[in-house]
Design a protein around this ligand. Structure first.
Ligand code: NAP
Ligand code: MG
Length: 402
């Protein structure tokens, strides 16, 4: 069989620990035998980030901007323990944070749905994607622990010195105080990323805030989305047969619970933090959750939603067998390859991505899975495979399809 050709390289961001082991297995067993893989390789493994003073992370993000599509392995975000473990020069910043800041993107998280791993909500038939705004609000707030009686005011001073003032509260006793902000520019990027992704996926877009209570703050989010929709996306949405739907956050929660799924749900920063954990655990497992960072100007970075699975890696280093789920990492590759194929007009590459996903799902639906899934499946007597065996079982199914 002739290997499938690529024209533009994918930006490949390698990572750490167990996911780095899976990364190589996926390339060896599921990609290289079938595709003449063209990638521009960046080693984001912690050791190499340290050696390059984290320059490699910046370079990889700029390459993502240049070529448009990247696939990323999970990486360690250093903390004090990691600084010691890897003898780091510095506690380098989260690579995902660095990449997100350069691409100015929004993260979309989608569960991978297979028969036998049933969502807790029985009417959910199709995946629900959460789009979480990644800037501001309570994550960039100033807070005061108010010690006793006094007056709290909100003051904005313009560059020319003019002020806008609001009384927050007349404290009669002790309490708490918080000031937070957001930026029109960031909300606008968020909105564009969401509208673009909805068009890309051909799925309805929902957006929810609490604008009835927060008449300036949340209402601005609502207005910016609405304005961008009307001016830039309405026609395209109608042509694609999808809708944009705004509702209050509590109404959205109630409707989502009763829905069949299949929509993209855009959330403010805090709502998205909470809702994405609810959606991922209700759909089954973090190991079955994909994640894609989409920039407002149309660059994509695909990855798994989980971390480097450190505990399994230490077992692996000890020579013990691991049963680590590679599905989300495989889907990061298929997402990136399909997008590359779409941008370059490579039908074979897109078809290959579809087949690899089908082969992966089929393997699980045949009862062959890793331990994390075997623990939660509704299938009787699943076969538990180790990390390598699972990938090889997918390869067997894939070979039959090719
Ligand atoms: P984690 O790697 O997501 O793993 C937490 C636990 O979830 C694992 O110990 C395992 O449970 C289970 N799990 C996660 N993914 C799995 C998979 N593919 N297959 C089977 N089980 C899976 O989170 P962590 O251990 O808290 O973090 C480890 C490192 O990852 C940290 O250094 C963190 O900075 C980094 N991280 C990176 C990213 C990213 O790059 N996007 C995201 C999050 C965390 P059991 O041990 O019970 O089997
Ligand atoms: Mg969270």
């Amino acid at each position: 069989m002739e290997k499938i050709k690529m024209t533009t390289p994918l930006v490949e961001m390698d990572g750490d620990e167990m996911t780095r082991i899976l990364w190589q297995m996926i390339k060896d067993e599921l990609l290289n035998p079938f595709v003449e893989l063209r990638t521009e390789y960046y080693d984001l493994g912690l050791k190499h980030r340290d050696e390059t003073d984290d320059q490699v992370t910046y370079d990889s993000a700029y390459a993502n901007k240049k070529y448009g599509v990247a696939v990323k392995c999970a990486t360690i975000t250093p903390n004090a323990a990691r600084v010691k473990e890897y003898d780091l020069k510095e506690m380098w910043k989260s690579p995902n944070g660095t990449i997100r800041a350069i691409l100015d993107g929004t993260v979309f998280r989608t569960p991978i749905v297979v028969k036998g791993i049933e969502p807790c909500v029985k009417n959910w038939k199709r995946p629900i994607t959460i789009a979480r705004h990644a800037y501001g609000d309570v994550y960039k707030a100033s807070e005061i622990r108010v010690p006793g009686p006094g007056k709290a005011e909100l003051v904005y001073t313009a560059e020319d010195g003019t002020q806008i003032k609001e009384t927050i509260a007349d404290f009669k006793g002790s309490g708490v105080l918080q000031g937070m902000h957001n930026l029109d520019a960031s909300i606008t990027s968020f909105a564009r990323s969401c509208f673009n992704y909805a068009l890309d996926q051909k799925q309805d877009l929902w957006f929810s805030t609490k604008d009835t209570i927060s008449k300036k703050y949340d209402h601005t989010f609502k207005d910016i989305f609405q304005e961008i929709y009307e001016n830039e996306y309405k026609e395209q949405f109608e042509k694609a047969g999808i809708t944009y739907f705004y509702t209050l956050i509590d109404d959205a929660v109630a409707r989502i619970m009763k829905s069949e799924g299949g929509m993209i749900w855009a959330c403010k920063n805090y709502d998205g933090d909470v809702m994405s954990d609810m959606i991922s655990s209700a759909f089954g497992s973090l190991a079955m959750m994909t994640s894609v960072l989409v920039s407002p100007d149309g660059n994509f970075e695909y990855e798994a939603a989980h971390g480097t699975v450190q505990r399994h890696y230490y077992k692996h280093l000890n020579g013990e067998e691991t049963s680590t789920n590679s599905v989300a990492t495989i889907f990061a590759w298929t997402g990136a390859l399909r997008k590359r194929g779409e941008l370059d007009g490579l039908k074979d590459l897109m078809a290959f991505a579809d087949k690899l996903e089908q082969a992966t799902i089929q393997t699980i639906e045949e009862g062959k899975m890793t331990k994390d899934l075997a623990l939660i499946t509704t299938m009787p007597n699943p076969t538990v495979l180790n990390s390598k065996e699972f990938i090889c079982a997918i390869r067997e199914n894939l070979e039959k399809m090719m």
